[in-house]
Design a protein around this ligand. Structure first.
Ligand SMILES: NC(=O)c1ccc[n+]([C@@H]2O[C@H](COP(=O)([O-])OP(=O)(O)OC[C@H]3O[C@@H](n4cnc5c(N)ncnc54)[C@H](O)[C@@H]3O)[C@@H](O)[C@H]2O)c1
Length: 349
């Protein structure tokens, strides 16, 4: 048990709500700030229900400096887990200014409020989309960055901001330097085992797993599989899927690392959070059919621009530096996603 207080931005969202559960169960105090633009407050009631513990919620935008200053003044925050952001790649191509404003300007405001409150420890939700083209489909942290859409570029920009803040602290030999873990997620799926919290997208889902779930339950008619002529064993795209509970456990490990001697002089380091194992779209569909017990209606559609044939993590650095490794397998991920979907066919009400 410990008495540390963690500010969770975007804590009402899919990954943030799972992080709140893990933090509360680890004995942390949790303060959530979320503007609820893409989530419902019910998720936080469910977090309280799962853990039997209280948490504090502020409905505010991370771009609202005065609101953040007030939160830092009220709460004894030692670390920030920063999940707040917009995440739909397609929407980011249609509304790039919205994405840069919300994600980049919002994070810059958060960083300023943190520095003013002298809270300079942060775990950030980055993404595998920061990586550029590479020879190998198994991405390592030192591979070149080169996102190909505004969403991914907003993540690269945020990473750059924290790398620069950290470098400036080292140049100026600042007494309490920035300590930042940039966690590059691969494809988080699944839900908490209780089925009380899970992914609840607004409207038509952008990601494969909630889409398959909604087809399986009859809410959507048919899944489109984009491309079956990739140079992969079954022709469909291969991705690294990671159970959301494994993912948030990686955040707790990252938080511990920031407080360890490895970060005594400050620093900003990136870690891949993935399983290291890729699955094709058809493998995901078959796994889902096994769990839900009936066929998934899908059709093959043309490839989407920008999609890679294959992309999965090299998760070695997270194992060595954070002592973290994913433990759940594909069947666990699919079973938990289906459990959430069947218990909450309309999402949070
Ligand atoms: N889910 C994924 O596949 C995935 C993959 C890689 C990275 N990420 C990143 O992880 C983070 C969390 O993703 P998620 O899947 O939980 O998304 P989500 O949309 O469920 O959660 C994000 C939360 O942030 C809140 N939010 C957005 N902008 C805000 C603002 N300006 N001020 C306050 N709150 C704001 C939303 O209301 C929502 O509750 C995001 O930064 C996302 O880019 C997600």
């Amino acid at each position: 048990m410990n008495n540390k207080t963690v500010l969770v931005t975007g804590g009402a969202g899919y990954i943030g709500s799972h992080a709140c559960v893990e933090l509360l169960e680890g004995g942390f105090n949790v303060v959530v700030v979320d503007n609820l633009c893409n989530s419902k407050i019910e998720s936080l009631s469910r977090v309280r229900q799962i853990t039997g513990k209280p948490l504090t919620f502020y409905q505010a935008d991370i771009g609202d400096k005065a609101a953040l200053a007030e939160i830092f003044a009220q709460e004894p925050i030692s670390t920030v887990m920063h999940f707040a952001g917009l995440k739909a790649v397609g929407e980011s191509c249609e509304k790039p200014a919205l994405y840069y404003h919300n994600n980049v300007c919002g994070t810059l405001t958060l960083a300023e409020a943190m520095a003013e409150a002298n809270v300079k420890q942060l775990v950030f939700s980055s993404s595998a989309t920061v990586y550029g083209e590479s020879e190998s489909p198994q991405y390592k942290e030192n591979f070149p960055l080169g996102a190909i859409n505004p969403y991914g570029r907003s993540k690269v920009m945020i990473e750059d901001i924290f790398r620069d803040l950290s470098a400036a602290d080292s140049l100026n030999q600042t007494e309490s330097p920035w300590k930042v873990a940039l966690l590059r997620y691969f494809n988080p799926i699944g839900a908490h085992q209780s089925g009380l919290i899970g992914e609840d997208p607004n409207g038509i889902p952008n990601n494969l797993m909630p889409y398959v779930s909604q087809v399986a339950i009859g809410k959507l008619a048919q899944l489109s599989v984009f491309g079956d002529d990739y140079p992969t064993p079954d022709g469909t795209g291969i991705r690294d899927y990671i159970h959301v509970v494994d993912l948030v456990k990686g955040h707790i490990k990252a938080l511990a690392a920031l407080e360890s001697p490895a970060f005594a002089q400050g620093g900003c380091k990136a870690y891949n959070l993935g399983t290291g194992q890729g699955y094709s779209v058809l493998e995901i569909i078959r796994a889902f059919e096994r769990v839900c017990g009936h066929p998934i209606n899908y059709k093959i559609a043309p490839r989407r621009a920008g999609d890679l044939a294959e992309c999965f993590a090299n998760p070695e650095l997270a194992l060595q530096a954070l002592g973290w490794k994913a433990e759940k397998n594909l069947d666990d991920m699919v079973a938990d996603a289906w459990n959430w979907q069947t218990k909450n066919p309309q999402g949070y009400l």
